[in-house]
Write a protein that binds this ligand. Structure first.
Ligand SMILES: [Zn+2]
Length: 281
């Protein structure tokens, strides 16, 4: 499957090669895009609802008909499930949550499961990446009832196939064992986060969780060294641009075939330029 990626935060679709130039970004754009870091220290700042698609509309199995995901994340999830031939075996258990929904889930978990369990697996309201629409919880389809907070997603069969292909479709297992001190959340084999394929592949290669990757990207700049990602028939380069403390920030865009821009939800922007038509998203 060959398709153009659809993860640019700003701008129109480009067919011709993009010449170099600048893009002016607003302060609020720091809180938009596919690479937002959301955790206890970095709450969701935007009140804007992301562009959402109902998961059930695409034919994917869902625990609840109302589950929605950010549109690019949804498209990539569909492609990933198809590639893993897992459409019949994997159920989407949770996707986008509004502030109100996250509050209800948190309160209900406190009542049902107690504070220790809730602190381990349920993010505080305003601090859940489910509120971005870029996080999806998946569970293995079974005869029994699926656990809404901690669905079973074992390292075998179709679930393993899904996990092994996830990075190629832009997803990372967000909360891994050994990273609890950085993420603040216990290992969750069922929770995947969409970040875009070059970033997911590079995080996997370096063994970084999102907290580490966002920090790592800051050592790359337009003028200095750029982080390069490579795949078959394509290459991408990434660099960080700190947001101006006041007013708009000019982001330099090199001549490229396509690009994506995202805020990091903290203090700046991550620019990724793509070269070569062979990339798969
Ligand atoms: Zn989750």
């Amino acid at each position: 499957m060959k398709a153009r990626h659809d993860e640019r935060m700003l701008g129109e679709q480009n067919i011709a090669r993009i010449p170099d130039g600048t893009k002016l970004l607003d302060r609020k754009d720091v809180h938009r895009g596919h690479l937002l870091l959301v955790n206890a220290d970095h709450p969701v700042r935007t009140t804007e609802e992301p562009p959402l698609t109902l998961v059930a509309e695409t034919g994917i199995r869902v625990l609840d008909e109302v589950i929605a995901l950010e549109t690019a994340c949804m498209q990539q999830l569909a492609a990933l499930l198809e590639a893993a031939e897992a459409g019949d075996d994997i159920v989407v258990v949770s996707g986008y949550r509004s502030m109100e929904e996250q509050t209800n889930i948190y309160t209900r978990s406190l009542e049902d499961n107690g504070p220790a369990y809730t602190a381990k697996y349920v993010a505080l309201p305003g601090r859940s990446e489910h509120q971005t629409g870029l996080a999806v919880d998946v569970g293995e389809r079974s005869e029994g009832e699926l656990d809404f907070i901690a669905p079973s997603f074992p390292d075998r069969g179709k679930c393993l196939a899904f996990k092994l292909l996830a990075a190629s479709y832009g997803f990372i297992q967000r909360y891994k064992e050994g990273k609890e001190g950085l993420t603040g959340i216990a290992c969750e084999p069922w929770h995947f986060r969409y970040v875009g394929a070059p970033h997911a592949a590079t995080m996997e290669r370096l063994g970084f969780c999102l907290e580490e990757y966002i920090d790592y990207v800051k050592s790359y700049s337009y003028e200095g060294e750029r982080l390069t990602h490579e795949g078959e028939g394509w290459r991408a380069e990434t660099y960080y641009v700190p947001a101006e403390p006041q007013g708009r920030t000019a982001v330099w865009i090199p001549a490229c075939d396509d690009y994506s821009l995202s805020g990091n939800n903290a203090d700046g922007f991550i620019m990724t330029a793509y070269h070569g038509a062979g990339y798969v998203f």
